[in-house]
Structure formats: structure tokens, C-alpha cells
Ligand binder design. Structure first.
Ligand code: LMR
Length: 394
């Protein structure tokens, strides 16, 4: 049986981690995988997580199973963090999942049970694991225009023209904020126009919310999805705690299904729990428990929000200094978009050859489509990167 296996395509983002490690040069810059790093290049455990872990160690009396859908305190706290009061809680069903990727996978499996003919519409470009999982599950897939390569902003007219072709029951995957890989995001008025279009077509939003708090703030980053939730009958939301709680390896995520009415809660919740049971049974609890402890304890929550805000502001200031250094070196405003983009990523607009030259000649590692992880920079590396970008001719 095993001799029938053929190599699978390698994940381009994860591949970069290894390549960077193997590069012997001291002066190398890692702008690859989406992990937050501080000025020393470290990914620290957040203070509130450390405190919660200590409290948990002292108070936890059992490691017995939790609930198939996850700890209810976790799902309730996350629903509140993500949706605020945009929708009444009796319309919500949710499961804890292993990370945001686990939530995406469960959402797509739910679609496959409910409507296997639904086309999943993806922004062009999107996080490469989106199409990979969708193809793996054999669901129909389509793309909508999203990024304008010239302005490095959103091609909103193209997006609307393509999404007008979505059928009733199709799923439209939207990034809640901090679009991965481009960094270009919808404005709130644009979210409202998207809501009008979805109302008209009957296509259903499927929101990937992996970076809440990394863009304009916790509530600001959820404003678009809350607007959709307040207006549309159905919604799927896959969210991750990897980045905003810095607990990447704990695999902490959630899938939330917003149903048209409270009567549907029972069957939706039962299907979600069924999917957990089929795929891995009980979801991991450690990260989820830390998150619910933080979100429900005012002092821990305040400390977490303060540290998250510092992370966000650090990325913003790196963006601004990179944009101004590039303005100085290029004598033009053509890199101004870097300060407009939000979140960890920006697609700088280098060709594959230029990305290769950046790696080969300057030790700068970014994804092949020229996605840079802004958090991989610090005050020393900003001018080095800016010079390298100009040197290779971007
Ligand atoms: C990324 O896009 O770099 C992150 O979401 C990490 C990953 O799993 O790809």
C-alpha cells in the first residue's frame, strides 16, 4: 500500500522556515511564516498567558475529557470577542477546533455535508492552504479578483463583478481583517456593499478571522464581519487564537455557525459536534482554557489587551519606517501602500526573480509571491531591507 504513495506538493510557506534555518549567513532576515516576532526576533509567551498557565497549574484537578464541542466557557467568550452584540447568541453554534486551520477544515466539511455542490469563492490571491484544503475535500472552487497589482490596494470593482456571479448557497471566503497575503483590506463602507451583494445573490459568507487585533484594534478588525452578521441570515466564521494570544503550538481555534433562527441551533450544533467526533473526537483544551480564563478575568484581559496593542503598534511603526525609508531611497511615493496595509503581511510586488535575488544576494526570506511578514523586521533591519528592495529593482 505505502509504495503507491507519491510525494505531495510542499507547502511554500513552511518550506521557507527550513531554508532560512539552513542559511549560514549572519545577516539574514526572516520575513516568511506568519509568526509575530519582537525586536530581538523572539516570539514571546504573552504575559497574560503565563499568568493564566500558572493559575491553571495550581487549580486544575483533572485532565479528563471536556465537551465534544469544547469547553462552553471558551466558545461563549470567543463568540463575544468576535461577534460582540451583532447577533443574538441563540442563533449561534460553535465548536472548539485545533487552530484556525482546524476550524476552516471543519467549516468546509460542514458545507460538504449540507451542500456538496456549493462553489467556494476565494480571493485572488489568498492563503495557499485555503485552495489546498478545498481541493483535498473535492469541493468546487472559484476565484474572485481582489488585489490590484498596480496600486497594491483592493480591486473592489473587480471583486464585485466576480462575486455577482456567485450562486445562492455558494460560499464566499473573506478575510475578516489583515488580508493574507496582501495586507490590503476592505473599508467598512465596502463591507456594507459586499453585504448588499450577498443579500442579492444568496451566497453565504465564510469568514477567516485569524488576525483580530493585529490591524486597527480588536473591535475595528471585527467590524466588517459583525456588519455581515447583523444583516445576513447565515455565516460561517473560522477564527484562530494562534496570533492574537501568541499560542501557535497550542492549536486553539473556533468554528462559529450563525443560523437564520434559534430553532436551527440544535441540529447545527449537533452536526458540528459530530464533525469533531469524526475527525479527532475532543478538541485540544489547554490553549482554549487559557483563552477563556483571560477573556473572563478583567485583570488578565486588560493585561492581554495592553500587550496585544503594543504588538499591533510595533507592526504599524515598522510599516511606517519601511515606507519612509523606501520613499527616501526611491525618491517616490510608490511604496506608500506599506503604511496603508494592515496586519502582519504586505505583498510588496516583487517578481519571482526579484524574490529569488533578495534571498540569494541579500539573505532576505519572503514568500515567492513577495509576501513579507512585517513582524520579522526591527529598527536595524528596516534600512537593510529597504536598500535590498531597491537594489533588486522592485
Ligand atoms: C502564514 O500564512 O504564514 C501563517 O498562517 C502560518 C501558516 O500556517 O501558513
Amino acid at each position: 500500500m505505502l509504495n503507491a504513495l507519491r510525494p505531495q506538493p510542499q507547502d511554500k510557506i513552511l518550506q521557507l522556515i527550513q531554508m532560512y534555518k539552513e542559511d549560514p549567513r549572519d545577516a539574514k532576515i526572516d520575513l516568511g511564516v506568519g509568526v509575530y516576532k519582537d525586536a530581538n526576533g523572539l516570539t514571546p509567551v504573552m504575559r497574560a498567558i503565563k499568568t493564566a498557565e500558572k493559575q491553571l497549574w495550581e487549580s486544575e484537578t483533572t485532565k479528563s475529557y471536556t465537551n465534544l464541542s469544547g469547553d462552553p466557557a471558551y466558545t461563549a467568550a470567543m463568540q463575544d470577542l468576535i461577534l460582540g452584540d451583532s447577533v443574538t447568541s441563540d442563533r449561534l453554534s460553535a465548536i472548539a477546533t485545533p487552530g484556525g486551520t482546524g476550524a476552516i477544515r471543519q467549516a468546509l466539511e460542514l458545507v460538504k455535508i449540507a451542500n456538496p455542490d456549493a462553489t467556494i469563492w476565494l480571493s485572488n490571491p489568498t492563503w495557499p492552504n485555503h485552495p489546498s484544503i478545498i481541493k483535498f475535500l473535492g469541493l468546487p472552487i472559484a476565484e474572485y479578483r481582489y488585489f490590484d497589482a498596480e496600486s497594491r490596494g483592493v480591486d473592489f470593482d473587480g471583486m464585485l463583478a466576480d462575486l455577482a456571479r456567485a450562486k445562492k448557497g455558494d460560499m464566499v471566503l473573506l478575510h475578516a481583517c489583515c488580508h493574507n497575503p496582501t495586507g490590503a483590506n476592505l473599508t467598512l463602507p465596502q463591507w456594507s456593499v459586499v453585504a448588499d451583494l450577498l443579500e442579492k445573490t444568496g451566497a453565504i459568507p465564510f469568514i477567516d478571522n485569524a488576525y483580530q487585533g493585529f490591524g486597527d484594534g480588536l473591535d475595528e478588525d471585527a467590524a466588517g464581519l459583525r456588519l455581515l452578521a447583523s444583516r445576513l441570515p447565515e455565516l460561517l466564521i473560522a477564527a484562530s487564537c494562534s496570533k492574537n494570544f501568541g499560542i501557535y503550538r497550542e492549536r486553539t481555534g473556533i468554528l462559529i455557525a450563525v443560523a437564520p433562527n434559534a430553532e436551527m441551533h440544535g441540529v447545527v450544533q449537533q452536526n458540528l459536534a459530530f464533525l469533531n467526533r469524526q475527525n479527532f473526537s475532543f478538541p485540544p483544551d489547554h490553549g482554549a482554557r487559557l483563552v477563556s480564563m483571560i477573556l473572563t478575568d478583567p485583570a488578565l484581559r486588560a493585561d492581554w489587551q495592553q500587550e496585544l496593542e503594543a504588538v499591533r503598534l510595533n507592526m504599524l511603526s515598522l510599516r511606517e519606517s519601511l515606507a519612509s525609508e523606501l520613499q527616501r531611497l526611491s525618491g517616490s511615493d510608490r511604496f506608500g501602500f506599506l503604511a496603508q496595509h494592515r496586519g502582519m503581511f504586505s505583498r510588496v510586488g516583487a517578481t519571482p526573480e526579484q524574490v529569488e535575488a533578495l534571498r540569494r544576494d541579500h539573505g532576505v526570506y519572503m514568500v515567492g509571491d513577495s509576501r513579507m511578514n512585517i513582524a520579522g523586521l526591527n529598527a536595524q533591519s528596516v534600512p537593510v531591507l529597504a536598500k535590498a528592495i531597491i537594489d533588486v529593482g522592485v
